[in-house]
Structure formats: structure tokens, C-alpha cells
Design a protein around this ligand. Structure first.
Ligand code: ADP
Ligand code: ZN
Length: 629
């Protein structure tokens, strides 16, 4: 469905250098400055350019936007992109404008006259892409408007929002089935980073994409280093982690409660980190200010509840830390997915502890609903606990959860980098189970450990549990080890927690074989410091951080980027990604022609910023040779 050459010519002046005859490759290089397509991008682009429908499942950072932006420039008319959040739309439009692409968004945040101006651009065919919120798109007024416009394609971003199954359900997405009915000839593309099979089926059914070709990418995020540590002193561990691995980097720290986010943010500030809290209970103005600082400044840390994240397109989030256990592997995958969208090495670090396990077991035993629902909930939590407690490759396990098979251990997670030591815990575990049983299955971990270690507390005396044969039999095992044993017994489902809210322990039917001495039990030996080094990372991956000799240039390039971004009121990564700055350091371009070879620098950005950044590099080179002379 490409334009005939005659028509195409009249379109040529439409946008700086793009013509409808451009091949996908030429467009990719000229407009976006990328050398080649990644993964399935090219197949998707060609399928859409030919007028086909598609469902694209690709992880965060996989490069979904290009899948519709390139065909949008190849096909005649305006592409309509449905996006659930204003911040996402703004970010995308700002990025496209930098590339010289004619893009705009229509949202309720615009003044009436602004919206009218954009509508008339749309009617005049002066837009390559228009972003719209779903609730706006499905109004009769908007549908009327679109009926009068030449539409090249519909892209439905975050398409999993149509499913009630996930946690991002948005009722407005259901209305999008109208697109299939009213614009049957326009190709439609749905995109999501959610891998779940049920969600996928919902998208196809509810968005009427039965005829769509499905493009599934691997859900692996090869640039994320996975780390999970038993929590001892969360704050110490967190600051140690940031100092050692991510000093000066932007990151997100997730906590379960609002109060905790504020406490942790304050503690981090007291230790000299630029940390801000974010949760739904903050006044809107403060919340927005904190989010803006995170997006616009370099190296800000946001300590947040899970209210923060959706719509955060910041590409250079270098770490995501969890101070509490996420409720499912899906949630964990989604939250950690916000790190390293630009493909550069990033770390995700989870701190979990006995209390998390108790809390989750408790929630489970209190949960209402059908047996099937409970079984399902249990599976979700068990999978998350398994991921924490595994002694095997975390990435293999994570991908298996999404039905993906990875043949070899990844070499880029903590358990691969430093294999976990295990120990035969059969005897202490039996002792622990016996202690729960002998004390009547009426106490929590703390009390049972008092009995095991022979602590003559008042409670123990009152209950005459110091008379038990096993009283004090575990005194040569440290408190820390006992807690680790109980945590793992709970995680393995050998112990259960009562729904009473006091963390009362109970034996599970599954522990009989162990108690009777029929099976042995191997547990992981906890490692609570950051001993596992990331140096075991595969050779193909880019340097995690800038070599110290290059620091001055790195800082100078970042400062220039920040200055240009501030002048235009856009986030720095809209000017250039970190990866582009790093490529400048690596290749040291000294002319515009050399600069054009750098990934992420297309014609438009070369013209806008080429000279500015060349000047920074030349200054640096002059300075360095001056110093050497
Ligand atoms: P997603 O929406 O899937 O999370 P994006 O579309 O935001 O991913 O792309 C993630 C990052 O990858 C962006 O920084 C983008 O510029 C970069 N990118 C995407 N495709 C390519 C490519 N073919 N070559 C180089 N960089 C790419
Ligand atoms: Zn691994």
C-alpha cells in the first residue's frame, strides 16, 4: 500500500528528510540514527507497512515504539497511537519532535484552543503520528474526527490494559474494539510487555485481533543483573549496594507502605543521597514535583510504593531495589523492568526476609474466595519465594515462569556469579519442626527460637517450656541461622502460618517425611553482603560504568545534555540516551560526519546538537593533549 511515485513527490516536503519511498532501513538510519533493527522489529515493520494487523509481545526496552513509528512514516496518512498515560504520550511526542517527526498528542491536559489547533493539523494531514488517551479516542466526537482523516495505522500501546486479569485494567480499553468495526481497512497493532497467556488471549478477543499475526520476543532482559539478598539491616544493605554499584545513578527503591517510603527516603538523604519519596498519599503537587525531578535531573533516587512506575519512560534508571517482597513474579518482573530500558547494564536487587514470608503465608491463609482462587494465589506467591530461595540461575527460573526455556545458566545473576553454598540442614530442621509441635503449634518464630536456643524468658518459664527435652538443644546455632532455617521452611511450605495475625506457626502435612527422618533437607547458606561481583558478566555486554579516565568527558557530555534539555523543558534522555553519550566517549568523533555514525544520532539530532557535542569532545581532546605536553 505504498504511495504511487507521483503522489509521493507532493508529500516530499512534508517532513524534513523523510519521503514515503524510504525503505524501513533508510528511515531507521536517517530519522532515528540506528544502524539496524533489533530482534523482530523489521518483520513487524514490514508486516504493518503491508497493511497487516499484529500483536507484539516484547519486553520493556525491547524497542516497541519503532515497530509502529517506522511504518507510520512509511504509510500514507496519520498513525493514531493509543496510550494510557499523559506522561507517556508527552515523552514520546517530545522524543519524536526531536527527530523531526511531526507528532502531537490530544489529552485532557490541553487547553481547548491547543486541542483545536492539533485537530486542525490532523485534518490537514500535517501530522505523522497522533497520540490519544483511550477515553478520548472512543468518544463520538473523536471518532467523527478520525473518520475524516487519512489514517495510516492504529497502534494500541500497553494493550494488556484491556484485560481484567492483570493489574493495569482500564475499562476504556474495552471500547477500543470499535476501531475494528469502524476502520476495518486500517491496520491495527497491539503492543504489550506482559507475557501472560491469559492476558494475551484477552487482548486478541477484546480488541478483535483474531486475524493478527503474533510476534513474540524473548522476555529476557539481558542487561539486568538479578540480585536477591536476605534482609538483615535493610538500610545498611541498601546504602552499601548503592555506594558500591550505583553511586551517582538514578534508581527506584520500592517499599510496601507509604510510611516506609518516607522513612527510607529521609534516611537516604541523611546519608547524602538525592532521594525523594513517592506514594499515592502525597499531595498531588509534591508527587508531581518529585516525579519531575526524577525525570529531569541526573542521579535522583525515588523511594516509592508501586503507585510509581507505570508511565515512567526514563531510559537510564540504573537500578531498581525492592525492600519488600513483591506479591508475584509478574509484579516483580514488571517493576524490575523499569531498570535499563536503554539496554545498558543495570542492577535489580531484592531484599527479602522472614517477615515477608510470614506476611505472605498469612495473607494466603486469610484470603477468601474459591478453592481454585486460593490455589492460584498460592502458586503465585510460591513462585516468587522460589525465585528468592533458589540456588540455581535466577534468570532461568524467571523465564521458565513465563514458559520460556533458557538452555544454559545466564552467568549474569548473583547465583551464577557466585554459586550459592548449601548445607545439610536435616537435623536442625527436624529440631525446629519438633519445637513447633512440642510447644503446641501456638507460637510464632521468635518464641520457638527462644525455646530452641534455651533462652529463659518469662514467657518460656510461665509455659514451663524450659522443661521440654529439646529446650536449649539448638543453642550452638546462631539466631541468624535459625531465622534463615525458619524462613526456608516456610518458603518451602513445610511450615504454615495461621490466619490469626500473630504469625503462629503450624506444621504442614508436607513435613511428615522430614520429621520421620525419611528425607533429608538441603538449605541455602545465606549470603547477606554483596560478595557476588558482577564481573562474571558475559563479554558481549557494554561496560557497566565509565572508566575513571573517561569520567571528566562523561560529566561534560552529561552537563551539555542537561543544559540543552533544560533550555527546552524536556528530560535529558529525550536529547540523547546514555548509550549515545557512551558511544561518543568510545569513538571520539571529531567531525559531523563521524558524529553521524554514532547510534542514536539521525539527521535531525545531528543538525540540532552535533556542533554542541563536538565542541565538548574537542575541548576535552585539547585539554588532554595540553596536559600531556
Ligand atoms: P519499549 O517501548 O519496548 O520499552 P522503546 O521503544 O522505548 O522500548 O526502546 C527502548 C530503547 O531501545 C530506546 O532507547 C530506543 O532508542 C532503543 N532502540 C530501539 N530499537 C533500536 C534499534 N533498532 N537500534 C538501537 N536502539 C534501539
Ligand atoms: Zn544466572
Amino acid at each position: 500500500r505504498r504511495l504511487p511515485a507521483t503522489l509521493a513527490r507532493s508529500f516530499q516536503s512534508a517532513i524534513q528528510s523523510v519521503t514515503v519511498q524510504d525503505s524501513p532501513h533508510a528511515l531507521l538510519q536517517r530519522v532515528f540514527g540506528h544502524a539496524g533493527f533489533r530482534g523482530q522489529q523489521q518483520a513487524i515493520v514490514e508486516h504493518l507497512a503491508d497493511g497487516g494487523d499484529a500483536l507484539v509481545l516484547m519486553p520493556t526496552g525491547g524497542g516497541k515504539s519503532l515497530c509502529y513509528q517506522v511504518p507510520a512514516l512509511m504509510r500514507r496518512g496519520t498513525a493514531v497511537v493509543v496510550s494510557p498515560l499523559i506522561s507517556l504520550m508527552q515523552d514520546q511526542v517530545a522524543t519524536l519532535l526531536q527527530l523531526g517527526v511531526r507528532a502531537a498528542y490530544l489529552s485532557s491536559s490541553l487547553e481547548a484552543h491547543e486541542a483545536r489547533a492539533i485537530e486542525s493539523q490532523l485534518l490537514d494531514g500535517r501530522l505523522d503520528l497522533i497520540y490519544m488517551a483511550p477515553e478520548r479516542l472512543v468518544t463520538p466526537r473523536a471518532l467523527d474526527l478520525l473518520a475524516r482523516v487519512d489514517i495510516s495505522l492504529f497502534a494500541i500501546d500497553e494493550a494488556h490494559c484491556v484485560s481484567q486479569w492483570g493489574h493495569d485494567f482500564r475499562a476504556d480499553y474495552l471500547g477500543l474494539s470499535v476501531l475494528a468495526e469502524q476502520f476495518p481497512q486500517v491496520p491495527r497493532l497491539a503492543l504489550t510487555a506482559t507475557a501472560d497467556l491469559r492476558t494475551r488471549a484477552d487482548i486478541v478477543r477484546l480488541l478483535k485481533l483474531e486475524a493478527a499475526e503474533v510476534f513474540i520476543s524473548s522476555f529476557d532482559r539481558p542487561n539486568l543483573f538479578y540480585r536477591m539478598l536476605p534482609r538483615l539491616n535493610a538500610l545498611e544493605q541498601l546504602t552499601d549496594f548503592i555506594k558500591r554499584e550505583h553511586a551517582g545513578d538514578a534508581g527506584i527503591v520500592y517499599c510496601l507502605s507509604r510510611a516506609k517510603t518516607e522513612k527510607v527516603a529521609e534516611a537516604l538523604r541523611a546519608r547524602g543521597f538525592p532521594a525523594l519519596a513517592y506514594h499515592a498519599g502525597l499531595p498531588a503537587a509534591e508527587r508531581e514535583a518529585n516525579q519531575t525531578r526524577f525525570l529531569r535531573e541526573e542521579g535522583v533516587i525515588v523511594v516509592a510504593t508501586i503507585a510509581f512506575g507505570m508511565g515512567i519512560d526514563k531510559s537510564n534508571v540504573r537500578f531498581v531495589a525492592h525492600l519488600d517482597l513483591p506479591k508475584s513474579v509478574e509484579a516483580y518482573y514488571q517493576e524490575t523492568g523499569r531498570a535499563g530500558r536503554d539496554g545498558l547494564p543495570s542492577t535489580v536487587c531484592l531484599f527479602y526476609g522472614l517477615q515477608d514470608v510470614i506476611k505472605h503465608q498469612q495473607m494466603l491463609s486469610q484470603s477468601e474466595g474459591s478453592e481454585e482462587h486460593k490455589r492460584h494465589e498460592r502458586r503465585r506467591i510460591d513462585a516468587m519465594l522460589q525465585l528468592c530461595e533458589t540456588t540455581d540461575c535466577r534468570r532461568q527460573l524467571l523465564l521458565r515462569y513465563f514458559d520460556e526455556h533458557m538452555a544454559q545458566p545466564c552467568g549474569y545473576c548473583d547465583t551464577c556469579a557466585e554459586p550459592v553454598a548449601t548445607w545439610d540442614a536435616t537435623e536442625p530442621a527436624r529440631l525446629a519442626l519438633s519445637a513447633v509441635y512440642r510447644t503446641g503449634q501456638r507460637y510464632g518464630v521468635e518464641y520457638v527460637v527462644e525455646v530452641l536456643t534455651g533462652k529463659r524468658s518469662e514467657r518460656v518459664g510461665d509455659n514451663r517450656h524450659d522443661q521440654l527435652a529439646l529446650f536449649g538443644q539448638g543453642s550452638d546455632t546462631s539466631l541468624k541461622t535459625w531465622r534463615s532455617i525458619f524462613r526456608q521452611l516456610l518458603a518451602k511450605g513445610l511450615l504454615l502460618v495461621d490466619p490469626d495475625g500473630y504469625g503462629t506457626l503450624r506444621l504442614s502435612p508436607d513435613c511428615r517425611a522430614l520429621l520421620k527422618g525419611e528425607v533429608a533437607l538441603t538449605l541455602r547458606r545465606d549470603r547477606d553482603t554483596l560478595t557476588a561481583q558482577r564481573s562474571a558478566r558475559g563479554g558481549s555486554r557494554a561496560a557497566a560504568s565509565v572508566a575513571s579516565a573517561d569520567q571528566p568527558l562523561w560529566l561534560a557530555l552529561r552537563a551539555k545534555r542537561r543544559e540543552l534539555a533544560e533550555a527546552q523543558g524536556v528530560p535529558p534522555y529525550v536529547i540523547f540516551h546514555d548509550s549515545t553519550l557512551l558511544a561518543m566517549i568510545e569513538h571520539m568523533p571529531l567531525s559531523l560526519r563521524e558524529m553521524r555514525q554514532i547510534g542514536g544520532i539521525g539527521d535531525s539530532k545531528l543538525e540540532r546538537y552535533g556542533d554542541d557535542f563536538l565542541a565538548v569532545i574537542r575541548d576535552h581532546v585539547d585539554g588532554a593533549s595540553g596536559a600531556g605536553a
